[in-house]
Design a protein around this ligand. Structure first.
Ligand SMILES: NC(=O)c1ccc[n+]([C@@H]2O[C@H](COP(=O)([O-])OP(=O)(O)OC[C@H]3O[C@@H](n4cnc5c(N)ncnc54)[C@H](OP(=O)(O)O)[C@@H]3O)[C@@H](O)[C@H]2O)c1
Length: 231
């Protein structure tokens, strides 16, 4: 049985990923900040013996290290770096930059997935699929940016893209792949009610991309429907 580790698994796309892989009979390590109050995950756990819930605050690197030790020797086939924040507001526009908020965006969206990936690498080497997936955003694309705004989020995802592209090159001789995905504009707490697609549609598409992955695609930036996106 294959194993996937998912961050931000308690709601939105992370929860939809959990549901998808449990239905596919994978072992799922669902990471979230507050397991005791993650009602949707706790309800899933009642009927899914293959679901393991772990506490993980992504900005707490000691907790990431502790999770790495706890999972030491456990093969992980697929790591999904899904947790993320969109902290930009209109009042944070240039001239009123809040560097503390920007730092938090970089911490959660860039440093934390890099730290977790580094920590889980030994377990990924033990897995069969050896694939790292990062939930990025088309808003991290510099080519696609024609509207401006959202500097904290855009820069944190652009940096994530650069780091993960780099990692794909470092890991290519080890047979470990890296995929950078844009989920579409999705109806979640982050995407809002006006978004274009449901989480299930987005996750179904991303999981098809993941399933079809070959190492020649490592380091690519791909839309949920399989289209390659510009940096
Ligand atoms: N929705 C979209 O349209 C869209 C578009 C492009 C990219 N994305 C990306 O897709 C990913 C998932 O987005 P979503 O729409 O599902 O967002 P969401 O509904 O806002 O869910 C975000 C998830 O990340 C978790 N999280 C946030 N900060 C965390 C931290 N410090 N430590 C651990 N977990 C943390 C949240 O946990 P709590 O419940 O504890 O806060 C929650 O589980 C994100 O990386 C996002 O940037 C989304």
């Amino acid at each position: 049985m294959k194993t996937v580790l998912i961050t931000g698994a308690n709601r939105g796309l992370g929860l939809a990923f959990c549901r998808h892989y449990l239905a596919e009979n994978w072992h799922v390590v669902a990471c979230c900040r507050h397991p005791d109050s993650s009602a949707a995950l706790l309800a899933l756990a009642e009927s899914c013996p293959h679901l393991r819930i772990e506490a993980l605050e992504m900005t707490d690197f000691a907790q990431i290290d502790a999770l790495g030790e706890k999972l030491s020797g456990v093969p992980i086939d697929l790591l999904i770096n899904n947790a993320g924040i969109y902290p930009d507001t209109a009042s944070n526009a240039f001239g009123q930059v809040d560097f503390e908020v920007w730092r938090q965006a970089l911490l959660v969206n860039t440093f934390a997935p890099a730290k977790l990936t580094e920590t889980m690498l030994a377990s990924l080497h033990l897995g069969h699929d050896k694939l790292i997936v990062c939930l990025s955003s088309l808003m991290g694309s510099i080519t696609d940016n024609t509207s401006g705004g959202s500097s904290y989020y855009r820069s944190s995802k652009a940096a994530l893209n650069a780091v993960m592209k780099n990692l794909s090159l470092s890991l290519q001789n080890d047979g470990v792949g890296v995929l950078i995905l844009h989920p579409g504009w999705v109806k979640t707490d982050m995407g809002g009610a006006n978004a274009l697609i449901d989480a299930e549609v987005s996750v179904r598409g991303m999981c098809q991309v993941i399933k079809a992955f070959t190492l020649t695609q490592s380091g690519q930036f791909i839309n949920y429907d399989g289209k390659i996106l510009p940096w």
